[in-house]
Ligand binder design. Structure first.
Ligand SMILES: Cc1cc2nc3c(=O)[nH]c(=O)nc-3n(C[C@H](O)[C@H](O)[C@H](O)COP(=O)(O)OP(=O)(O)OC[C@H]3O[C@@H](n4cnc5c(N)ncnc54)[C@H](O)[C@@H]3O)c2cc1C
Length: 394
């Protein structure tokens, strides 16, 4: 039997263990430094309320990924879910993604509409008559310069104008990434999940399948199901990596493998030889409130786009459907605790790729930190694990 090592027991590591088991013929060991599997997706409890580190709702455009997870972790669809943003200067809550129907409620609506018109005219002025002739009336109305943007700030200003940028994006993004200037973000293909201004239905991501586990303990059972037959070593750290020889040391012993699936920051595997990859973390404050619901009916979470310390408030009952007279919300505060968010800087992604390129055949680096891509969500971790097995089959 061939031997595989999985480094890290978050979603990516557990999904990889499961895919190898489904493939068959592999002796799999998973090494996890924490005392449990699942990382931030693991369910915690306060006052009987289940919650996770941030919303962790399952969104995917891929049917096969949905069907896979639904088979082992039955999911409840939550198509109606909405998000909102609190804008302090307007003393108002608006939909997020930014919704066209909200403009008329904004104190500066005339300026916003003018900016959008100007942006549209500037974009059309940059096109040739032949290019314009090819546009549908809808495309013509929505034309903007976003494709020319070289950084995150330009992308948003070209897409939505300066007033909406300042209201919804500017301070939020600086707070989220703990940076002084949004122009430093130059790797922004992940944002804003394809939507700048929404029209029509308010449901947040109506182009994706949106779901959450039915079980009161969320995804937890999946982590156990996925690792049946895998040797899971919790509270275990790898103390030495010799990736070229697919050899590592843990528990004071050397272990060699045919395949390694890494899901942690790749710099650690090579002793930071090109320098350390930066991340942002999160502090999470759970609060139980003496009301049945805190956020409006379909609002699952609210972003805070001003100078508050927190970026997002999540109401977990909306996902979990936990029954109680009280409700639990969490405040997410950006911090340096945890390697949760790879920085959206091209230079750092290039550095991560330098590490990944050092990996020989048979070593894979997947998941959010492993691939060093902020846009990797739960569905992507499963997709990455499926692709590893596809490559092993080939
Ligand atoms: C606040 C927050 C909210 C989110 N909300 C959503 C959401 O709503 N929907 C969605 O789809 N995605 C969401 N995500 C993203 C998604 O949850 C993650 O992309 C996914 O869970 C990452 O899984 P992973 O296995 O790649 O990484 P991780 O979950 O980080 O797992 C890595 C594992 O490796 C372990 N480890 C680290 N170092 C070592 C070491 N040296 N040795 C052994 N083990 C080690 C860690 O303890 C951890 O268990 C959210 C992320 C965050 C941070």
């Amino acid at each position: 039997m061939k031997k595989a090592l999985i480094i890290g027991g978050g979603f990516a590591g557990c999904a990889a263990a499961h895919q190898l088991k489904l493939l068959g013929g592999w002796d799999v060991t998973l090494v996890e430094s924490a005392p449990y599997l699942g990382a931030g997706v693991r369910t915690k409890y306060m006052g009987g309320h289940p919650y996770t580190l941030g919303p962790r709702h399952f969104l995917t455009p891929w049917n096969h990924v949905y069907e896979y997870l639904n088979k082992y972790c039955p999911l409840r669809r939550c198509a109606e879910h909405e998000f909102s943003t609190y804008v302090e200067r307007d003393q108002a809550f608006y939909s997020y993604p930014i919704h066209a129907d909200d403009f008329s409620k904004m104190p500066d609506s005339a300026k916003i509409n003018q900016e959008l018109k100007d942006l549209n005219l500037e974009a059309l002025a940059l096109m040739s008559p032949e290019q314009i002739a090819k546009l549908s009336p809808e495309e013509k109305r929505k034309a903007n310069k976003a494709a020319l943007a070289t950084n995150f700030e330009e992308y948003w200003i070209y897409s939505i104008g300066k007033s909406l940028y300042s209201k919804f994006v500017d301070t939020y993004s600086k707070k989220m990434w703990m940076i002084d200037d949004n122009k430093t973000i130059d790797d922004f293909a992940w944002s804003p999940k394809g939507v700048t201004i929404k029209e029509g239905a308010r449901a947040a991501w109506d182009r994706a399948i949106s779901a959450y586990p039915i079980a009161p303990n969320g995804y937890d059972d999946y982590f156990d199901i996925a690792t049946v037959g895998t040797t899971v070593l919790l509270n275990t750290k790898i103390t030495h990596f010799d990736i070229q020889n697919k050899t590592v040391v843990f528990n004071n012993e050397k272990h060699q493998y045919d395949v390694i699936v890494n899901t942690i920051s790749p710099d650690l595997l090579f002793d930071y030889c090109y320098g350390e990859l930066p991340y942002r973390g999160r502090d999470l404050i759970p609060i139980v409130l003496p009301v049945e619901f805190a956020l409006p009916e379909n609002v699952y979470f609210t972003y805070y786009s001003s100078d508050e310390k927190y970026t997002r408030v999540t109401e977990y009952k909306k996902f979990t459907q936990h029954k109680s007279d009280s409700t639990l919300i969490t405040l997410e505060i950006p911090s340096l605790n945890g390697k949760y968010y790879p920085m959206p800087f091209k230079a750092e992604k290039a550095k991560a790729d330098q590490y990944i390129n050092l990996m020989p055949d048979g070593v894979f680096s997947i998941g959010r930190a492993g691939a060093y891509i902020y846009g990797v969500d739960i569905d992507d971790t499963i997709d990455h694990a499926m692709k590893v097995v596809e490559q092993l089959k080939a």
